[in-house]
Design a protein around this ligand. Structure first.
Ligand SMILES: [Zn+2]
Length: 326
């Protein structure tokens, strides 16, 4: 890591650990940042398994470093009548077995289509009540970049992943935002961190209105498409935003062992992400990355960096991961 970076504790709030055999490789990547603690966020697989066992395996080996956020188990859908209460019960099971929070990717349009249940509907109603009652933190992926709904602007790599939403069979961006508004209307104390800046990097005014309206929510800094380019287009407005909402913004990279599986290009990409994010937060003014892209950094103070890198996460999750009990 470049030596001009601040020497502060760092927690990566958003890491995908899918391959147990890559544990040491992931640790080496975290140590390069250097990132002492991280939150392994689990998601369901299309075959109804999920990443929870891999996260437990990691925490068993590194109990002080790994927070783990569990995925829901959708095998309960075989019994639709009881599924809502069983999803709610899963929250207690996750907490009691040592998960630090919940991860939901159910608001990603592709997943919202595969699991065709409104986020604010009956299937999840009891779960939200439980999550709010016990104050269980949630990392929630809702939406995707606007380009994915436009066949002409959707990048090829996104289309190949099934993220071209232009055929009309996927929920719209505004549909998904309004499902979230309905959830938060009913459950204003939910501690939700919305992944990828809630896909509002092009509209900081709207992002601010959302955070003002929902004081228990945060945004994470995991990149999407052009997020850091978007911020760099309006550096003064971005800096104002980051200062005003310094208690609501959380560091995260979306490091993913599935990306590492792509070989050298995946490893290089994974290495570049913390560099871009840290440079953006710490460097004052323009900088360029090895890939030639130019950004405009915010030059935030140590105090603000300390909150974004670790303080805000610790306020929500505590400083030390929960103990495993499986
Ligand atoms: Zn992610």
């Amino acid at each position: 890591m470049l030596k001009q970076f601040a020497s502060l504790p760092i927690i990566d709030s958003h890491v995908h650990f899918v391959h147990p055999e890559r544990m040491d490789e992931l640790l080496a990547l975290m140590d390069a940042v250097p990132c002492g603690r991280f939150n392994l966020v689990c998601i369901p697989n299309p075959d109804a398994t999920n990443h929870n066992p891999a996260a437990i395996y990691f925490k068993k080996h590194h109990p002080k470093r790994a927070f783990i956020s569990g995925a829901l188990d959708y095998t309960v859908l075989v019994d639709p009548e009881h599924a809502p209460e069983q999803l709610a019960e899963q929250i207690f099971t996750l907490r009691d077995s040592g998960f630090d929070g919940l991860k939901l990717i159910e608001g990603k349009p592709q997943v919202r289509k595969l699991l065709p249940f409104p986020l604010d509907g009956a299937l999840y109603a009891q779960m939200w009540t439980t999550v709010e009652e016990i104050g269980f933190p949630v990392v929630f992926h809702v939406n995707d970049p606007g380009e994915f709904w436009d066949a002409e602007r959707c990048p090829d790599w996104a289309r190949e992943s099934g993220w071209d939403y232009s055929d009309g069979s996927f929920p719209s961006k505004e549909d998904l935002y309004s499902e979230v508004e309905n959830i938060l209307k009913r459950h204003p104390d939910l501690k939700i961190t919305f992944a990828h800046f809630y896909f509002l990097s092009q509209d900081l005014e709207r992002a601010g209105r959302f955070l003002d309206k929902h004081p228990s929510t945060c945004f994470d800094l995991t990149p999407h498409l052009d997020m850091y380019h978007d911020f760099s287009q309006k550096p003064a407005e971005a800096k104002k935003f980051f200062l005003k909402y310094q208690d609501r913004i959380i560091y995260g990279t979306d490091t993913d062992t599935r990306t590492l599986q792509r070989g050298e290009s995946g490893v290089n990409f994974t290495r570049s992400v913390p560099q871009i994010i840290r440079s953006f937060l710490e460097i004052n003014g323009e900088f360029s990355m090895p890939n030639g892209k130019r950004y405009h950094g915010l030059g935030l103070s140590q105090e603000v960096l300390g909150k974004i890198y670790a303080g805000n996460f610790e306020r929500i999750y505590g400083a030390i991961p929960a103990s495993l009990n499986v």
